[in-house]
Design a binder for this molecule. Structure first.
Ligand code: PMP
Length: 381
C-alpha cells in the first residue's frame, strides 16, 4: 500500500482514500510528477502532451477524427465546455436526469439559454427504454445530456439506446463520464456519442486539476455555427489549434497548460493502454462484484436498483439505527469513504469508491472491506 509521509503534512496522509474521487494513484503516476516544473514548450511536455492526446482516443475508444482536449480544470469545467460548444441559445435540450450531477448540467444548459426538458427518474433507478423513447418523440431535442454514472446515486445508465434515439432525431449526445471514464465500458466511436468528458481525479488516475473531453467531428461542426458566442476560455476553437500543435510535435499557447499533470496524464493513460481497455473494464467489474458480495454478507443494502449499479462506486444505506457517524468509525480503521450526496437523502447512505489504481491492489480492497466490516460490527455490539 502506498504510504504517504511528508515532513510538512504528517497528519491524515496515511489513510486509504476510497471516496468516489479523488482516488489513490499509481506509484508510476506519482513519480512522473516528481520533477522540476517544466515549461509548456519543453521537449518533455511536447512529447507527453502529444502522446496523451493520442492515448485519449484509445482510452475513449474514439474515432480517428475525434478531437481530444486536455484543459486545466475540473469535471465541472469539462461539463461547461461541452455545453457551451454544442448548445445554442434557444436549442431544445433533453437531460436524462439520474441525480445530482444531471441537475448540474441541466442548470448549465438553462443558463446557456436552452429550453431544457428533463427525464427525471427516482433516485437509484435508470430510465427505461419506453421512457427514453417517449421523451425523444415528445421533445425532439437538438442536444441530449446524460450522466454515465451519477456519483450521487451510483446509477449507471446504458448509453446505447440514448445514442440510437439521438441518431433518429439528429441530436448530439453528451455524456458526463466523470465517475465512469476508464472504469465503465464506453466505446465512443462505436456508440456514435458526440462528447465524452471526465476529470483527472477519477478512474483515469491522477490528482484533480485536468478537464478531459473528446469531441466527435459532428460536435466540432456544431461548434462552428455558434460564431463568437462561446466564452473564450471554454472555446474549442481557441483550444483546438493548441491540441493539434502538440499532437503534431510542436507547442502552441492559448492559456498555460498544467504541465506537471500532463506528464502524469501521459503515464496514467499509458498504463491503461498497456493493460487494454477490455481488461480495464473487466477489472472494474470484478472488483465491484467482490465489493457487492462483501456488502451482501454484511447485510448492507444498496441505495438503488442493483441492476443499474455502477462498477466504480457503491452507494450503501446505513444499517438501521446508524447514521453518518459510521463514516468516522470507518475512518478510525484507516479508510476514507464519503457521505451521501443526493438531495434529501444525504443522511441515509454512504459511498465507497472503487476505481482506478486501488482496483489493481487486492490488499487495498481487502483493507476497505475490513474497515467497513469492523465499523458496521461495532454498531451492533
Ligand atoms: N460529474 C460527475 C458524475 C461527478 O462525479 C463529478 C465530481 N464528483 C463532477 C461531474 C464534477 O467534477 P468536479 O468536482 O471535478 O468539478
Amino acid at each position: 500500500m502506498p504510504r504517504k509521509t511528508s515532513p510538512h503534512w504528517g497528519f491524515a496522509l496515511t489513510e486509504l482514500l476510497m471516496i468516489p474521487g479523488p482516488i489513490e494513484i499509481s506509484p508510476a503516476v506519482r513519480r512522473a510528477m516528481e520533477v522540476a516544473v517544466p515549461s509548456h514548450t519543453s521537449t518533455a511536455v511536447i512529447e507527453a502532451h502529444g502522446r496523451a492526446l493520442r492515448r485519449m482516443r484509445q482510452v475513449w475508444l474514439a474515432d480517428d477524427d475525434a478531437q481530444p482536449f486536455v484543459l486545466p480544470g475540473s469535471g465541472t469545467l469539462a461539463m461547461e465546455v461541452a455545453v457551451h460548444n454544442t448548445v445554442a441559445v434557444g436549442d431544445v435540450v433533453l437531460v436524462v436526469n439520474t441525480g445530482y450531477f444531471s441537475d448540474r448540467i441541466a442548470e448549465m444548459a438553462r443558463r446557456r439559454g436552452a429550453t431544457v426538458h428533463e427525464l427525471t427518474v427516482s433516485p437509484g433507478s435508470a430510465p427505461t427504454a419506453e421512457q427514453l423513447e417517449e421523451a425523444f418523440t415528445r421533445h425532439r431535442p437538438a442536444v441530449v445530456l446524460a450522466t454515465h454514472v451519477d456519483t450521487s446515486t451510483g446509477v449507471r445508465i446504458d448509453p446505447a439506446p440514448i445514442c440510437a434515439l439521438a441518431r433518429e432525431v439528429g441530436a448530439l449526445t453528451i455524456f458526463d463520464g466523470v465517475c465512469a471514464t476508464a472504469g465503465e465500458r464506453f466505446e465512443m466511436g462505436a456508440l456514435g456519442a458526440d462528447v465524452y468528458l471526465t476529470a483527472s481525479q477519477k478512474a483515469i488516475g491522477l490528482p484533480p486539476g485536468l478537464a478531459l473531453l473528446v469531441a466527435s467531428a459532428r460536435a466540432l461542426e456544431r461548434r462552428e455555427r455558434l460564431g463568437d458566442a462561446v466564452p473564450m476560455v471554454f472555446d474549442w476553437q481557441r483550444w483546438r489549434p493548441v491540441m493539434q500543435a502538440y499532437e503534431a510535435g510542436g507547442a502552441a499557447y492559448f492559456s498555460t497548460p498544467a504541465t506537471l499533470l500532463i506528464l502524469a496524464l501521459d503515464v496514467a493513460l499509458g498504463e491503461l493502454v498497456d493493460e487494454g481497455m477490455n481488461a480495464v473494464f473487466e477489472r472494474h467489474q470484478a472488483c465491484a462484484d467482490a465489493m457487492r458480495e462483501a456488502w451482501r454478507e454484511l447485510g448492507l443494502q444498496p441505495l438503488g436498483d442493483p441492476a443499474v449499479a455502477a462498477n466504480t462506486l457503491s452507494a450503501l444505506r446505513y444499517p438501521d439505527g446508524v447514521g453518518p457517524e459510521l463514516i468516522a468509525q470507518i475512518r478510525a480503521h484507516g479508510v476514507v469513504v464519503a457521505g451521501g450526496l443526493y438531495p434529501g437523502l444525504q443522511q441515509s447512505y454512504f459511498r465507497v469508491g472503487h476505481m482506478g489504481y486501488s482496483t489493481t491492489q487486492p490488499e487495498q480492497i481487502e483493507t476497505t472491506i475490513e474497515a467497513v466490516r469492523r465499523a458496521v460490527l461495532s454498531t451492533r455490539s
